[in-house]
Design a binder for this molecule. Structure first.
Ligand SMILES: Nc1nc2c(ncn2[C@@H]2O[C@H](COP(=O)(O)OP(=O)(O)O)[C@@H](O)[C@H]2O)c(=O)[nH]1
Ligand SMILES: Nc1ncnc2c1ncn2[C@@H]1O[C@H](COP(=O)(O)OP(=O)(O)O)[C@@H](O)[C@H]1O
Length: 213
């Protein structure tokens, strides 16, 4: 057991802005991070692995998990259901590990307003431009023209929630965005680590100050 509870680090962005790429880089940078593998009713993309990228589940199984209270949050996105299984997150943060989420604004809002709200760090990733967002969705080479068009039409729904996040980054250069994310995570870890000792320290400063009089 540890006295440090893990952080819930949330990445959101419109589809194609780069959050899955950045999440993978963060996982490679710090293997102690735990990626929250979501459950989804959408079909796997080529190269996606069940239980590593997503738990690919049926509508019935998804609804059952939600009704049994097994999801920390869940939302309907681009015509499919997505949700974050609760127990792996609770186990990880209880053991002092930070958990990384790649979820939409609805999920971020649900976690922020839950009992775990004080332990969240939310980061929104903006694309440099809308044409570049489109180019990235095409260059990913994973979705049909129709799916890409749907994601582009929905991109503003996601972008319009940018200002509810703790940090907002424009993912222009991938290397620079990665560095900024690491800096944010390091700073937040430091803030959280020193918090429990701060009130004791300030009380001691107050005593010393009173002794001056
Ligand atoms: N609320 C919520 N959103 C999720 C979850 N998992 C993925 N998403 C979001 O659902 C959207 C679609 O994800 P995905 O189908 O992987 O497409 P991509 O964003 O284009 O890679 C993205 O905004 C994800 O961040 C989840 O567990 N909960
Ligand atoms: N900063 C960047 N510059 C150029 N291409 C990028 C950048 N970030 C991500 N990409 C590319 O854009 C595509 C979409 O990225 P991805 O991480 O799948 O987005 P998301 O998870 O937000 O839908 C991928 O092909 C990825 O390699």
């Amino acid at each position: 057991m540890t006295d440090r509870r893990g952080l819930l680090i949330i990445l959101s962005s419109p589809s194609g802005a780069g959050k899955s790429t950045l999440a993978k880089q963060l996982m490679a940078w710090d293997p102690s991070l735990k990626f929250s593998v979501s459950a989804t009713t959408r079909d796997p993309r080529e190269g996606e692995v069940d239980k590593r990228d997503y738990f690919f589940v049926s509508e019935a199984d998804f609804r059952k998990a939600v009704s049994q209270g097994e999801m920390l949050e869940h939302a309907h996105v681009f015509g499919n259901n997505y949700g974050s299984p609760k127990s792996p997150v609770e186990a990880a943060i209880g053991a002092g590990r930070d958990v990384l989420f790649d979820i939409d604004w609805q999920g971020a809002q649900q976690i922020r307003t839950s009992a775990l709200g004080p332990y969240t760090l939310s980061i929104f990733i903006l694309p440099p431009s809308i044409p570049e967002l489109h180019r990235r969705l095409i260059s990913r080479g994973q979705d049909t023209t129709e799916t890409i068009a749907k994601r582009m039409r929905k991109s503003w729904d996601e972008i319009s929630h940018w200002d509810g996040y703790d940090y907002v980054l424009v993912n222009d250069s991938l290397e620079e965005t990665e560095e900024k994310l690491k800096t944010i995570i390091k700073a937040e870890r430091m803030r959280v680590a020193q918090q429990p000792r701060l009130s004791d320290h300030v009380r001691r400063l107050q005593t010393e100050f009173e002794e001056l009089k």
